[in-house]
Design a protein around this ligand. Structure first.
Ligand SMILES: NC(=O)c1ccc[n+]([C@@H]2O[C@H](COP(=O)([O-])OP(=O)(O)OC[C@H]3O[C@@H](n4cnc5c(N)ncnc54)[C@H](OP(=O)(O)O)[C@@H]3O)[C@@H](O)[C@H]2O)c1
Length: 179
C-alpha cells in the first residue's frame, strides 16, 4: 500500500526524521548523520507545500545558526521559543517568542494560514503533547543507529502515551556493508 502524502489542513505536526533507535539529533545537537540519507521521492516538495509555519526551540536554532528548514526550499515564518529572546540574533522571517508552548502554537497556526504548523523540537513537542495540542506525529525513520543524542520523547517517570497508527509498521534492517 502506498503511504498517503501529508495534507495541509491547519494541523500541529510533530515532524522529524528519527534514527531507528529514537534519536532526532546526535550528541551536541549534531545533525551530520542525516547527510547522504536518501528520502522518498517528492518528500521535500510534499512538506514545503503543506507547511505554513515552523515552531522550534532555541537550542536547536542556535546550533543550526540561521539555516532554514528543507535546505532553504521552504520560505514561511519561523517561531523560536526561548526564555531570553533579547540575546537572540535578529534574523529575517524568524520571531523569537517567550511564552507558553500553547500560546506559541496559537501564534504559529495563525501565521500558517490554514497550512500545517510543524513543531521541530522534542522539548516543545512534549509540552504540547501533555496539553493535547499535537494533532499528528509524523516520523521518517532513518536507517541508522545513533546510540546517543536527543530523543524524540524523553519523559522519565511519565506514563505511556498511546497512539493511533495510520498504518501497520514493520521494519527489517541489515547492517550496511562495512558498518
Ligand atoms: N531530525 C530532524 O528531523 C530534526 C528537525 C528539526 C530539528 N532537529 C533537532 O532537534 C533538536 C531540538 O532539540 P531540543 O528539543 O532539545 O532543543 P530545542 O527545542 O531546540 O530547545 C530547547 C529550548 O527551547 C526553549 N524552550 C522550550 N520550551 C520553552 C517554553 N515553553 N518557553 C520558552 N522557551 C522554551 C528553551 O530555550 P532557552 O534555553 O533559550 O530558554 C529551551 O532550552 C535540535 O538539535 C535540532 O537540530 C531535528
Amino acid at each position: 500500500m502506498e503511504f498517503p502524502p501529508q495534507t495541509a489542513s491547519g494541523k500541529v505536526l510533530w515532524h522529524f526524521t528519527m534514527s531507528l533507535d529514537g534519536f532526532v539529533a546526535g550528541p551536541g545537537h549534531s545533525m551530520d548523520w542525516l547527510s547522504g540519507l536518501t528520502t522518498r521521492p517528492g518528500l521535500i516538495a510534499e512538506y514545503t507545500a503543506t507547511t505554513g509555519a515552523v515552531l522550534g526551540g532555541r537550542a536547536g536554532w542556535d546550533k543550526i545558526s540561521g539555516a532554514r528548514p528543507y535546505g532553504g526550499a521552504w520560505a514561511g515564518p519561523i517561531f523560536i521559543l526561548t526564555h531570553h529572546p533579547e540575546d537572540a540574533t535578529p534574523t529575517p522571517g524568524v520571531t523569537f517568542l517567550d511564552c507558553s508552548a500553547a500560546e506559541a502554537v496559537q501564534i504559529g497556526l495563525g501565521a500558517a494560514a490554514g497550512k500545517n504548523l510543524e513543531v521541530f523540537s522534542p522539548t516543545i513537542g512534549r509540552q504540547l503533547l501533555a496539553e493535547g495540542l499535537i494533532d499528528e506525529i509524523d516520523i521518517h525513520v532513518a536507517p541508522v543507529l545513533l546510540g546517543d543524542g536527543i530523543r524524540l520523547y524523553d519523559n522519565p517517570g511519565g506514563t505511556p502515551i498511546h497512539l493511533t497508527p495510520n498504518a501497520g509498521v514493520n521494519l527489517r534492517y541489515r547492517p550496511a556493508t562495512g558498518a
